[in-house]
Write a protein that binds this ligand. Structure first.
Ligand code: IPM
Ligand code: MG
Length: 362
């Protein structure tokens, strides 16, 4: 049996708590004999700034690069708000994404039947919802140059960020988006702002060109403002949403509310070698950190995505998802997804429940 090497980066706030539960799941799968692995743990974000003065050290970067997969908790700590951009906790995840070439971020949005009433939208708009957001992750305003704040000739401060996309960057993420569509409902919606931004006109042109190689996939284009509206008006019209880095960031937080809680949603960030990074889409949530309150499901479902996309063990991925579904069917909930009549449990007990369901299934 191959021994996998995982890099574990718990980070800030609730990151370490959700990571602990994810590792419980991995350990259980190891005990069952489904895989063998070693974990290397490293510091990222505020946790790393405190100890090393940097959001992520070169050593942690190189360990991450050589790992089979990376499990990432969350970064963000308001104590470093005044730091320069490259010394903020968030710089850790941005450096990992850039240097590992993790250009595609998959954010699946699904609703468990048990949680249909948790969303602020009507249940009938959500039942059966299954969207895959494919967010470009290494370009756009996040990385474009020039950037910064400087003084203009008249002494006034001016802030600049640049929306930059190369043709090749659009093409590779579009190709992946279409490949994913082929495995789903053959429908892809590309989201841009081509009515105003030249970069987005290029985006649309390249997506159209790529689509010629996928004649069975139905392609449509939406401007991002309209897409945001459609997402709450009739979310089931979407299957795959392909979009840039910034729009994907915003639309995926919005879409998370369709599932009832941002604490439910996992993500996978992939490069061409598929040794991905797996993280919940929620942040460090310092207000609920260290209180045994955070929902570990997003992190645990990120582990499921790791089995799907990096380890290529689809059965295990499905079993983890089923274990989560079974726990919800028994009406156990962390505070974020709690409803009257259900049993409210903490982070660690949620992890335990999912682990014992998983052991029953496997
Ligand atoms: C996300 C987060 C990050 C982003 C932050 C933490 C840099 O919001 O993964 O969605 O903006 O990409
Ligand atoms: Mg975000």
């Amino acid at each position: 049996m191959k021994t996998f090497n995982f890099m574990v980066l718990p980070g800030d706030g609730v990151g370490p708590e959700v990571m602990k539960e994810a590792l419980k799941i991995l350990e259980a799968l190891k005990e069952i004999g489904l895989l063998d692995f070693n974990c290397e743990e490293g510091l990222v974000g505020g946790a790393s700034l405190n100890r090393t003065g940097l959001p992520i050290s070169d050593k942690t970067m190189s360990l991450a690069k050589s790992a089979d997969a990376i499990l990432f908790g969350a970064v963000g700590d308001s104590r470093f708000d005044a730091n320069a951009q490259n010394l903020k906790p968030e710089a850790a995840i941005l450096r990992l994404r850039k240097e590992l070439n993790l250009f595609a971020n998959l954010r699946p949005i699904k609703v468990f039947d048990e949680l249909l009433e948790n969303s602020s939208l009507k249940p009938e708009l959500l039942k059966g919802l299954d969207i895959m957001i494919v967010r470009e992750l290494t370009g756009d305003l996040y990385f474009g140059e020039p950037r910064g704040v400087s003084k203009s000739d008249n002494g006034e401060l001016v802030g600049i960020n640049s929306m930059v996309y190369k043709e090749s960057e659009i093409k590779r993420v579009a190709l992946l988006g279409f490949e994913i569509s082929k495995l789903r409902k053959n429908k892809l919606t590309s989201v841009d702002k081509a009515n105003v931004l030249e970069t987005m006109q290029l985006w649309r042109k390249v997506v159209n060109e790529v689509s010629l190689g996928f004649e069975n996939v139905l392609l449509d284009h939406l401007y991002v403002d309209n897409a945001a509206m459609q997402l709450v008006k009739d979310p089931k019209q979407f299957d795959v949403i392909l979009t840039g880095n910034l729009f994907g960031d915003i639309l995926s937080d919005q879409a998370s509310m369709l599932s009832g809680s941002i604490g439910m949603l996992p993500s996978a960030s992939l490069n061409n070698r598929s040794n991905g990074l797996y993280e919940p889409i929620h942040g460090s949530a310092p207000d609920i950190a260290n209180k045994d309150l955070v929902n570990p499901i997003a992190m645990i479902m990120s582990v499921a995505m790791m089995f799907r996309y990096t380890l290529k063990m689809e059965n295990v991925a499905k079993n983890i998802e089923l274990a989560v579904a079974n726990v919800l069917a028994k009406e156990y909930a962390t505070a974020d997804i709690y409803k009257t009549g259900w049993k409210k449990i903490g982070t660690s007990e949620m992890g335990n429940k999912i682990r014992s369901e998983l052991k029953k299934i496997c």
